[in-house]
Design a protein. Structure first.
Length: 484
């Protein structure tokens, strides 16, 4: 489960200004551009075939903010009673469920999360002649040059291979590029039958694998060469599925530089994918060997990418995973809300302080970019404390709402992606909803026909009004039910 992924990257960077002929040139920078906003649905179905279950627990990664990954909003998770936790090692954020006695034999239970995120393309500009020397006593250097399971940078064969690749080179950026080129030139891509990573040592000996193997070997060779490096685990945006793994290596006082050796070896531009990364990625966790919260019996989890589940009991249980994403891309963000214009919608009316009378009509209008689909329209009567539905799954850019009570001075509209997704915009000003003014009823009349012969039926007998045929107008609102 690791051939493809979303992505994220650090925003930490150092800017060095070099003056050349009076012109300032920014070097050693990492920038984040071209936002892509997406909504995601991930779900796992657990089917109980024959098991007696005392407890079932499930952990699902929930993206956290990184410099290239912002505006993360969890709209919903199901079943209720979940918790959102950061892992104790800081590598991942997760939604956790614990269910007792569920599901029953022959039944299933679905765990799901629905969230949105904006991802950015990463570009780097590195001057190899001005890279600062590593602080070898820093926590970053010590942590990301150490060996760990699946990243066996202390293996003699890994160490000797690293030495043969970089030789006497001392520049960390140049060494990382030499390792990157060696990995993509000496491995070939082949899907593996197991849903786990095999690690750097195995990959070095077998010379093939999926993205998890490419990255494991790249990271281990970097660490063996004194370059801090780490895997990045996630998904590819746009499809919602396609798990993927790429890598980052660290340059002192500059930040984390992205690389994707698998893409470079499978038809994509190798020069671009060393130091740059597209905006079609979502990070689920940074690194292998992730500790969960609360702990699982599998900790540390080698690859926390889709979900982890455990149950206590006896019998047979099975799981099925589903993922979906809807994305759009734009480089401009006119209203500076972190959502590109092509992916955004904006309230057009009402935006001023209006008074809406119960029973009247109010036009709700919005504009939207080409990447925006149908929207839901919602109303608050308490300035945003709570919201109720006005209309769902509306196409176009307008809707006529018939005003309903109760009255309020704190009303606002908002529009969001259909299905309860990303909130696009909210009315700027509150407006009033008030009762219709009192209008005295104007009586309506009917004529009593000649056939009534001047009699009014009272229910207990007739009352003679004179015995002649006559006409009389009687107020309809005031007449007793027995008038004819």
């Amino acid at each position: 489960m690791k051939h493809n992924a979303f992505r994220t990257i650090y925003l930490a960077c150092s800017i060095v200004l070099v003056c050349m002929g009076g012109t300032s040139l920014a070097v050693n920078t990492i920038t984040y551009v071209n936002p892509k906003s997406c909504t995601y649905t991930y779900s796992v179905t657990i089917l109980n075939q024959t098991a007696t279950v005392s407890n079932l627990q499930l952990w699902m990664p929930l993206p956290k903010a990184w410099p290239s990954q912002q505006n993360i909003v969890l709209y919903s998770a199901s079943p209720t009673g979940y918790s959102v936790n950061d892992g104790p090692d800081g590598k991942a954020r997760m939604v956790h469920w614990s269910e007792s006695g569920l599901p029953a034999i022959g039944q299933s239970i679905v765990f799901s999360e629905y969230f949105s995120c904006t991802s950015y393309e990463i570009n780097s500009s590195i001057d190899t002649a001005s890279i600062p020397t590593y602080d070898m006593g820093s926590s970053t250097y010590l942590k990301y040059t150490a060996a760990e399971p699946f990243l066996e940078s202390d293996s003699p064969s890994v160490v000797s291979t690293a030495v043969s690749i970089v030789g006497s080179e001392t520049n960390p950026y140049t060494k990382a590029r030499m390792i990157y080129d060696w990995v993509r030139s000496n491995l070939y891509f082949q899907e593996l039958p197991v849903g786990d990573i095999m690690g750097a040592y195995w990959t070095l000996n077998n010379r093939y694998g999926e993205c998890g193997e490419y990255v494991a070997l790249f990271v281990a060779l970097c660490r063996a060469s004194g370059i801090p490096a780490k895997p990045v685990v996630g998904m590819l945006a746009g499809t919602g599925r396609n798990p993927h793994v790429w890598a980052e290596f660290y340059l002192q006082d500059i930040g984390w530089v992205p690389v994707d050796p698998t893409f470079a070896d499978t038809g994509y531009d190798p020069n671009y994918y060393f130091g740059n990364l597209d905006n079609g990625r979502l990070i689920m966790s940074e690194g292998y060997n992730v500790n969960l919260s609360p702990p699982s019996v599998f900790d540390p989890v080698s690859l926390f990418q889709v979900y982890v589940w455990q149950w206590y009991g006896s019998g047979v249980m099975s799981s099925n995973y589903y993922a979906n994403a809807g994305c759009c891309v734009d480089q401009t963000d006119s209203d500076h809300d972190g959502i590109g214009d092509a992916c955004d919608a904006t309230m057009v009316a009402p935006i001023s302080q209006i008074t809406a009378t119960i029973g009247s009509s109010v036009a709700v209008n919005w504009s939207k970019g080409g990447g925006v689909g149908n929207v839901d329209i919602e109303l608050t009567r308490n300035n945003g404390t709570s919201w109720g539905s006005v209309a769902q799954n509306r196409s176009g850019t307008s809707y006529k709402w018939t005003v309903t009570g109760p009255t309020t001075t704190q009303a606002k509209f908002r529009i969001r992606a259909a299905g309860g997704g990303l909130v696009y915009d909210v009315s700027v000003n509150r407006f009033l909803i008030k009762d219709a003014p009192y209008q005295p009823a104007i009586p309506t009349y009917r004529k009593i026909s000649k056939a009534a012969k001047g009699r009014i039926l009272t229910g207990s007998g007739d009352r003679d009004l004179g015995g002649e045929s006559w006409w009389q107008e009687v107020p309809a609102r005031c007449r007793p039910p027995s008038y004819v």
